[in-house]
Design a binder for this molecule. Structure first.
Ligand code: PML
Length: 278
């Protein structure tokens, strides 16, 4: 089995000559990314598909595409995907209220919720995810600029077929949703993680999610307005977490989703909070 990862980006901004130094002020803009674990026979097909995704994105053409193909040496931990449901949510304001309710239900303090919302709805977008202590609200990851990246993850062919069928039934079968469900399932499987909050940094993509072991993967439509560039991911961890162990698990430990859970329809916030899946 191999892990295949793709990241497409473009350099933006001006090559400004600043005084004598002539510094280059351009910055890297993320265009698209994808990741999965596959059999050796799938490598060519997947690389072709990833290049297609990198070059056909609504965020524009990349000037750099990095593809990493890495043999997975360790046997992947097998996981069941989180159950998927969609919140009935009409506006970003409602979304904010519901995010707060769900994170609070997961044991995240008001201070930590505020910090997390500041990150995903703030002006600076991070490359990876932020880690926040759920009690103190303090940032925990060692490199605040890079953040952490949940990686070494995938879905088995049979689970992908079942998940695809279930999501198609809800009219939401896209690579974006499948990959987000797989990522959120890995993140939630880390015992120290209490909750995840995600807002896509794609200005055209206005659905985000909160994921917890109790609530499952809860999609939040209209989490931001179309055209807004803000976005990000936050992992809320127990204050007693050993952060080195959390990042090691999320970035390095291979995990394969091989079973799915229920994929429900659209629910009110009370239905979501009141009906935990564990
Ligand atoms: C991303 O940009 O990868 C995050 C997408 C999150 C929401 C996916 C969904 O519609 O469920």
């Amino acid at each position: 089995m191999v892990s295949i990862r793709m990241r497409a980006s473009r350099r933006a901004g001006n090559k400004k000559a600043s005084g004598k130094s002539g510094d280059n002020f351009s910055r890297e803009v993320h265009i698209s990314g994808a990741e999965g674990m596959y059999g050796d026979d799938d490598v060519k097909r997947v690389v072709r598909e990833y290049i297609g995704r990198a070059t056909g994105h609504s965020r524009g053409r990349p000037d750099r595409i990095d593809i990493t193909i890495e043999r997975v040496a360790e046997r992947p931990r097998l996981l069941r995907a989180l159950p998927v449901k969609t919140l009935r949510c009409g506006t970003p304001r409602m979304a904010g209220k519901y995010i707060r309710k769900m994170l609070t239900a997961a044991g995240v303090s008001g201070r930590a919720v505020n910090k997390g919302m500041g990150i995903v709805f703030g002006d600076d977008t991070m490359r990876g995810a932020a880690i926040i202590y759920a009690g103190s609200g303090k940032r925990a990851e060692p490199d605040k600029k890079r953040g952490v990246r949940a990686s070494m993850l995938g879905i088995s062919r049979s689970a992908a077929v079942s998940l695809g069928r279930a999501l198609r039934g809800q009219g939401i079968h896209t690579a974006t949703v499948v990959e987000a469900v797989v990522l959120a399932s890995k993140v939630a499987s880390c015992p120290y993680v209490l909750a995840e909050l995600c807002v896509s940094d794609d200005p055209d993509y206005t659905t985000g999610y909160v994921a917890t072991r109790k609530l499952g993967y809860v999609r939040i439509p209209r989490i931001k307005r179309k055209g807004e560039k803000k976005g990000g991911r936050v992992f809320f961890v127990d204050d007693g977490a050993v952060v080195g162990g959390v990042t090691e698990y999320l970035e390095k430990r291979p995990v394969l989703v091989n079973r799915i859970s229920e994929c429900g329809g659209v629910h009110s916030i009370d239905e979501v909070i009141g009906k935990h899946h564990i």
